[in-house]
Design a protein around this ligand. Structure first.
Ligand code: ADP
Length: 265
């Protein structure tokens, strides 16, 4: 807890006194700390690829200037690092955009089943590369919700991409859509989309922190997979904007379930 203390001298009619006022400024202090942590994290995340790029530029100018094979190898690494920076900047912009819009309710009507179909199609090459097959359990009947199409596409892209990246090779990723007449947490009808993988899963202690910016269970694995550590933070903000809920369930060794529930129109 952080307090701001102010004391004033008061001339009471019956005598003199001092008025001491304690203000709880913990939330202000916490918000300031979060902002400082975020800036420090962003700087660190950008500095790592930048240092690599600067180092390789030096090497290309110096020791490798007459070695075409080394030049090609270093250019490959520089390309990867530059793309890493590009993904990070793209996700930071997405995050700031969705944060700015979080209080504005989406008004358009979108078909969640069509969005899932197109996301799945666009991730087919990534899944094929990882030896993962998709299975969808619905009959293709449209299900409409009030929503922002691009943002919902991003939610399911991030979740399905994670399931492919962190799931088990050769296993399937299951996407199910379920309509419910009464969802208690939404106080009304809801659409529940579950993205399930059969990978190593996530230990319980990590689950509440997964939607924090830059929180990773295994940083090395995430970076190797091209992750920015911002995907689930973006998902959480978009789901909040849609007045929905995100639930994460996992048992180590049994894979994960990411469940998004959105109010049905
Ligand atoms: P990243 O860019 O690192 O993938 P995310 O915010 O999307 O960032 O995810 C945060 C972390 O949550 C990941 O680094 C990973 O450790 C963990 N994670 C996300 N999805 C899964 C999953 N399906 N299985 C196991 N771990 C996961």
């Amino acid at each position: 807890l952080t307090y701001s203390v102010t004391a004033s001298y008061i001339d009471f009619s019956a005598g003199e006194g001092v008025l001491v006022c304690f203000d709880d400024i913990t939330p202000v202090e916490q918000a300031g700390q979060m902002r400082r942590d975020f800036v420090a994290n962003v700087s660190h995340e950008l500095r790592t690829p930048l240092t690599a790029l600067l180092g390789f530029i030096e090497t290309l100018r110096g020791p490798a200037s007459k070695d075409p094979a080394a030049q090609q190898r270093f250019l490959g690494i520089m390309d990867r690092e530059a793309h890493r920076m590009e993904r990070l900047v793209r996700d930071l912009l997405s995050l700031s955009r969705v944060e700015a819009e979080e209080r504005v309710r989406p008004v358009t009507r979108v078909d969640i089943v069509a969005i899932l179909e197109s996301v799945q199609k666009s991730l087919e090459p990534l899944a094929a590369e990882a030896g993962v097959a998709f299975s969808r359990i619905d009959d293709g009947t449209p299900i409409h919700v009030p929503g922002d199409e691009d943002q919902l596409r991003q939610v399911f892209t991030n979740l399905i991409e994670n399931a492919v990246k962190y799931g088990a090779r050769g296993e399937r990723v299951e996407v199910t859509v379920h309509l419910s007449e009464a969802v208690p947490s939404l106080r009304g009808p809801g659409v529940e989309v579950t993205v399930r993988d059969f990978g190593p899963g996530i230990e319980e202690i990590h689950i509440p922190r997964l939607t924090e910016r830059f929180y990773r269970v295994d940083s090395h694995r995430s970076r190797e997979m091209g992750g920015t550590g911002l995907g689930l933070a973006i998902v959480k903000h978009i789901v909040n904007r849609h007045r929905g809920r995100l639930r994460i369930e996992s048992e180590p060794g049994q894979g994960c379930r990411f469940i998004v529930t959105l109010p049905h129109e």
